[in-house]
Design a protein around this ligand. Structure first.
Ligand SMILES: Nc1ncnc2c1ncn2[C@@H]1O[C@H](COP(=O)(O)OP(=O)(O)OP(=O)(O)O)[C@@H](O)[C@H]1O
Ligand SMILES: [Mg+2]
Length: 466
């Protein structure tokens, strides 16, 4: 062997604690699929943790730059030796084929995306959050947890991050310390490094959810009820203008995607986003994405310009991934001038808050408009506001469906139609509650009826759980 890149002497002998005993579950007994799934998950989890520990040890011990000089075959021989020994000392039960796979995976990690590679491949992980080189958190099943993944140093994080984003033509360093990008597989990544990230690199990765939800899918995970879904589907088909409101990671983009499925295939849609995440299924669609300034600070294209441009593209509806600033003005204009059924999301805590944020955003344009006239525009543009919330049990729920009914003495009038009625928390931390109508019949019912959608009274009966 040409070069040894391991420091001589002790390798993975004495240090092996955390004996992982994992293996294939006995096939003999019949078990419920739930138990089996839990066990598989547990086993998978142990393997991933073992892999992460091994990887951590490798990056501490190895001469990383030297790795790049070895061919993949040379590397494979050396890594295979190390892995075999490690698996033995950690007492991980693997057959020859599993050992081979394990070696390949470790190799991929060393040459690929480093310590986060197993997390990227783990289908149960939806978000990866790197807080400096020392701490990594993931979100699984709606819950955040710290994972035993560590980078060697800041330089290591930067190398991996630049490897990831260079694939989409971006780069992060002190002169451009912030990057928000969409990767080829649809995942989204946000990176902040020194000097804006005071303690070192901060990286957030929202993995592309392989399973896209439709409204029925969201019903099955308890985010709303079938009756609510029926009404929302009709609202989309009837071209009511909808706004999805919620906090960070509350499921806004997911719901917007789900709602868009009920738009007719005959319509022409233009989507506008910072990092294209929406996955609209319609055939007639034009996707626009903003552009950051180049190194000289030029060439930036913001959402506002895209909204203006979209209007010249003869869309039936405009879908804005998230409205965040001055583009709110142009969006409202569009919604009020023949682009009914347009949709967007907004970061806000209640439907009322969503409206006041929109008012503020329009104010950012600096047109010196009267607040009352801005509100009047909002009231006539938007019909339904759907409020999402991420609960402490990790679930995302629609907590309110509200209707904007008009203006009265400079105040936007709203009424709630459906709400989540929280009743308590189980000892395991699960939130208990049900969905209820408030008893108010939406004033857009007439509009829906004209367009061929009708709903029986039990949709709006506050006395029954929806
Ligand atoms: N109803 C739901 N039930 C379970 N998981 C969900 C639900 N909605 C979204 N998720 C998951 O939650 C994560 C965040 O979803 P999403 O990107 O839609 O949120 P967001 O509010 O748009 O976030 P951001 O504020 O970052 O834009 C994703 O991993 C997604 O798969
Ligand atoms: Mg989003």
């Amino acid at each position: 062997m040409s070069e040894r890149f391991l420091p001589g002497g002790e390798r993975f002998g004495g240090a092996a604690r955390n004996g992982v005993k994992s293996g294939v579950p006995a096939k003999s007994r019949l078990r419920s699929t739930d138990v089996l799934r839990d066990e598989m998950q547990q086993m998978n989890q142990e393997l991933i943790e073992a892999k992460v520990r091994l990887h951590r040890r490798l990056i501490d011990d190895l001469n990383l730059p030297m790795l790049e000089r070895l061919s993949r075959e040379e590397l494979r021989v050396q890594i295979s030796e190390i892995v075999t020994e490690y698996v033995k000392t950690e007492r991980i039960l693997l057959n020859a084929r599993e050992l081979e796979n394990f070696t390949t995976e470790v190799l991929d990690e060393l040459t690929g995306l480093g310590p986060i590679e197993p997390l990227l491949k783990d289908p149960t992980v939806s978000d990866i959050l790197i807080n400096t080189h020392e701490k990594v958190y993931v979100e699984r099943f709606g819950q955040l947890e710290q994972v035993p993944v560590r980078f060697k140093d800041e330089g290591h994080v930067l190398r991996i991050v630049n490897k990831i984003i260079s694939a989409v033509g971006r780069r992060v360093d002190e002169s451009q310390p912030m990057v928000d990008a969409r990767l080829a597989d649809g995942s989204r990544i946000n990176v902040a490094v020194r000097p804006i990230a005071v303690d070192g690199p901060l990286v957030s990765i929202r993995k592309f959810a392989e399973q896209a939800y439709d409204l029925d899918g969201l019903v099955s995970v308890g985010s709303l009820t079938q009756k609510m879904a029926d009404l929302l589907k009709a609202a989309v088909r009837a071209k009511l203008t909808l706004v999805v409101s919620g906090g960070t990671g509350s499921g806004k983009t997911t719901l917007l995607n789900a709602l868009s499925l009920y738009i007719s295939n005959k319509e022409r849609l233009i989507t506008i986003e910072d990092a294209a995440e929406l996955r609209l299924q319609q055939p007639h669609i034009g996707r626009l994405e903003t552009r950051p300034p180049n190194i000289e600070g030029r060439g930036e294209i913001r959402q506002r310009e895209l909204v203006k441009n979209a209007l010249r593209m003869r869309p039936d509806r405009i879908i804005i991934g998230e409205v965040r600033g001055e583009e709110a003005f142009d969006m409202l204009q569009a919604m009020n001038t023949g682009h009914e059924g347009s949709m967007t999301t907004i970061h806000a805590n209640t439907p009322r808050d969503a409206v006041s944020r929109l008012t503020q955003m329009v104010g950012m344009v600096g047109l010196n408009m009267q607040e009352a006239s801005v509100k009047a525009q909002i009231a006539s543009a938007i019909t339904v506001i759907i409020q999402l919330q991420r609960f402490s049990d990790g679930r995302r729920r629609i907590v309110s469906v509200a209707e904007v009914t008009g203006m009265e003495q400079d105040v936007i009038q709203m009424q709630e139609i459906f709400k989540f009625n929280r009743q308590g928390t189980t000892p395991e931390g699960q939130i208990r509650g049900d969905y209820r109508a408030t008893g108010l019949r939406p004033s857009f019912m007439d509009d829906l009826r004209l367009k061929g959608f009708s709903f029986s009274n039990d949709y709006f009966d506050p006395g029954i759980s929806l």
